[in-house]
Design a protein around this ligand. Structure first.
Ligand SMILES: Cc1cc2nc3c(=O)[nH]c(=O)nc-3n(C[C@H](O)[C@H](O)[C@H](O)COP(=O)(O)OP(=O)(O)OC[C@H]3O[C@@H](n4cnc5c(N)ncnc54)[C@H](O)[C@@H]3O)c2cc1C
Length: 340
């Protein structure tokens, strides 16, 4: 997720530079599109980072909950980004408003033209999707189909609430905010996939083949896990849609597991490539030398509560030195053969 976020970030930086150049010449035509994209990527990237940090914390079990693991602080500070600089639900609202306005327009904005193919297809029997789910073309087809379906469905709900219930556009969008957020998210994830595929295609020609292969696997993993993860609220997007069958979703999950196996030898290098310093992570678990357990003990001994405990009795209760500690020591010596 970090890699595709960087790919999408590089791409949107280009879009923003283009906007600035156009605006300097008095041309504001790409403003609405760029605004939508920045809002959507802000919400998507910060939520992805917050979910990822929390997942990393959980993966370290109880160790991840320790303050000296650094993970609670990382989770907390990343979580704040979902709120500041544009609260994420408000950001999704900006994207979905752009989508409903785009569908209403006499001509669809360029980034929404993919809706036409979906609408044309709805009346005919759906084409079966290709079976090589790692192939960019197949993944893009699936992402376009999913986004188009979500957008058209959400738009129809809003339109029905306006016409049927006499609500204003604002009230109708508020009523169907959940469906609109799903659609907004699917549209942004399509952008992330497109941007990642483009960035991979534009890597310098002399890029090491093994690096290209690893990055390609990461992008495929993003695509497949986004579509088929049982934990994804979007996995159900295709239910009742003949475009992808339930057995194809299972096949995607198999390919996801396969990709993870193939990526395993590169995972440490792909993680270290971000070059986080020990000082920035401030984690007893995450230091470069991997000396986790000595460091946990060393840092724990230096915690003020333990230093005070040693000097002043602190957390030690009366009787510890006199009874409990000798008892435990004696027990340990008696069982010296046991690791416990
Ligand atoms: C760590 C941190 C640092 C910050 N630093 C700064 C700073 O340096 N400078 C500064 O000015 N501010 C700062 N803020 C404030 C921040 O910008 C606001 O907290 C943020 O914009 C959200 O506004 P709010 O707190 O009023 O929440 P609200 O806007 O009240 O949001 C509360 C809930 O209501 C929902 N909601 C809001 N509007 C709508 C709507 N129209 N439709 C549907 N639902 C809606 C939101 O989705 C959210 O779930 C900081 C906040 C944090 C957490």
């Amino acid at each position: 997720m970090s890699y595709v976020t960087i790919f999408a970030g590089n791409s949107v930086n280009g879009t923003y530079s283009t906007l600035q150049a156009l605006q300097a010449a008095g041309n504001h035509t790409t403003l609405a599109y760029t605004h939508m994209l920045l809002c959507g990527l802000k919400a998507w990237a910060t939520q992805t980072a917050a979910d990822g940090a929390e997942e990393a914390r959980k993966m370290c079990g109880g160790h991840g909950y320790m303050v000296i693991s650094g993970l609670p602080e990382i989770v907390n500070s990343v979580l704040a980004t979902c709120t500041f600089e544009g609260e994420n639900y408000v950001m999704w609202g900006q994207v979905s408003h752009y989508l409903t306005k785009g569908v209403d327009a006499a001509t669809l904005p360029a980034d929404l033209v993919y809706l036409e193919a979906y609408c044309a297809d709805m009346t005919s029997s759906c084409k079966a999707v290709g079976t090589d789910f790692r192939e960019s073309r197949v993944l893009l087809d699936i992402f376009r189909r999913r986004a188009a379906k979500c957008i058209v469905e959400a738009y129809n709900l809003v339109a029905a609430a306006e016409k049927g219930n006499g609500l204003s556009r604002e009230q109708a969008e508020n009523k169907h905010a959940t469906s609109l957020i799903v659609a907004a998210r699917a549209h942004i994830e399509l952008y992330v996939l497109e941007a990642s595929i483009k960035q991979l295609a534009s890597l310098p020609a002399d890029t090491d083949m093994s690096i290209k292969a690893a990055l390609n696997r990461l992008v495929s993993l993003f695509g497949l896990s986004t579509i088929s993860s049982p934990f994804s609220p979007f996995a159900a997007s295709f239910l009742g849609d003949r475009y992808i069958s339930a057995s194809q979703i299972l096949e995607m999950r198999d390919q996801t597991d396969q990709l993870i196996q193939e990526l395993l030898p590169d995972i440490v290098a792909l993680t270290d490539a971000w070059s986080f310093t020990d000082a920035s992570l401030q984690s007893a678990l995450g230091c470069k030398d991997g000396d986790v357990y000595h460091r946990i003990m060393a840092w724990t001994r230096r915690l003020p509560v333990n230093v005070e405990a040693k000097n002043n009795g602190g957390v030690f209760k009366a009787g510890w030195e006199q009874y409990i500690s000798p008892f435990l020591r004696e027990n340990r010596e008696r069982r010296s053969g046991s690791r416990l």
